[in-house]
Design a binder for this molecule. Structure first.
Ligand code: 0L1
Ligand code: MG
Length: 263
């Protein structure tokens, strides 16, 4: 069991690493008892530190490691979640400076916004869709605070699942208007197609990822509140970004999300 002081120490290291833009070594070697449950406690503490320092508040959640390929790569069998803060949202079409990041990547996601509370356990895909006010195309900028993006499951959870910024595109769509498993996605960098995919890339259905999240949150007495935004998890692999890059993700019949990077 990690001592409360250790949880505080790890959260403070990750907080400083992000704020000052430096990498830290993964904590697994230092703390052999490190596991996912303890790491979510570090994540909670890190989020409190960020809310206080940035005078911001929670906007919702994000899912990560939702594709089988990424889970296999990390040797894990379930996704992870993190917290989205108001301060992480970047307005679409605004230029994003690369300056605050360590080694940023970007990936296409589907954002869900909820009209009703969702509380597990046993929440199903139809219940998720029923509680959804609208969905929209989105981009997530991830930026691990670990050296060379190298971490274990517990490490990445503590680091708020590599979250950094998110961009909501448009327009907003009703979830019952489309079969998300079949919705096609095209991900472009500087006008060139980098990846194509469908919603099924996210655990078979993006709402299945949300159901997993809600049921997982129930284990620690938490839930999704009305108005919260949840990022489903990426529809394809994240790509590195550089000065001048223009990134666009388009979802068939649902619009697009795009952003531009500068030094
Ligand atoms: O949003 C994500 O899928 C990232 C989860 C953490 C793993 C990573 O940083 O690649
Ligand atoms: Mg993501």
């Amino acid at each position: 069991m990690l001592h409360k002081d250790t949880i505080e120490k790890i959260a403070a290291s990750l907080f400083r690493a992000e704020r000052e833009g430096f990498e830290v070594d993964k904590f697994v070697d230092q703390y052999p008892e490190w596991n996912a449950d303890l790491a979510y406690r570090v994540q909670d503490r890190l989020i409190d530190m960020k809310c206080e320092a940035e005078k911001t508040k929670r906007a919702g959640r994000k899912l990560g490691l939702t594709s089988v390929a990424k889970q296999q790569m990390m040797g894990v069998h379930e996704p992870v979640y993190g917290v989205l803060l108001d301060s992480m949202q970047v307005t679409e079409h605004n230029t994003v400076s690369l300056e605050p990041f360590i080694h940023p990547k970007i990936e296409p996601e589907i954002a869900f916004v909820f009209k009703r509370e969702l509380k597990g356990p046993s929440v199903s895909v139809p219940e998720v869709l029923d509680a959804t006010a609208y969905i929209m195309p989105a981009l997530e900028i991830i930026d691990s605070r670990y050296l060379n993006f190298s971490f274990t499951l517990a490490d990445v959870i503590a680091d708020n699942s590599s979250s950094s910024r998110f961009i909501l595109g448009g327009p907003c769509s009703k979830p019952d208007k489309t079969d998300l498993t079949l919705t096609g996605m095209v991900f472009k960098k500087n006008g060139r197609v980098i990846s194509t995919s469908t919603g099924a890339a996210v655990m078979g259905h993006p709402a299945r990822a949300i159901a997993w999240l809600v049921n997982k949150l129930a284990e620690v007495g938490q839930n999704i509140a009305p108005g919260e935004i949840v990022l489903s998890g990426a529809l394809c692999e994240a790509i590195s970004i550089a000065d001048g890059d223009v990134i666009t993700m388009s979802l068939d019949g649902m619009g697009s999300a795009s952003t531009v990077f500068t030094k």
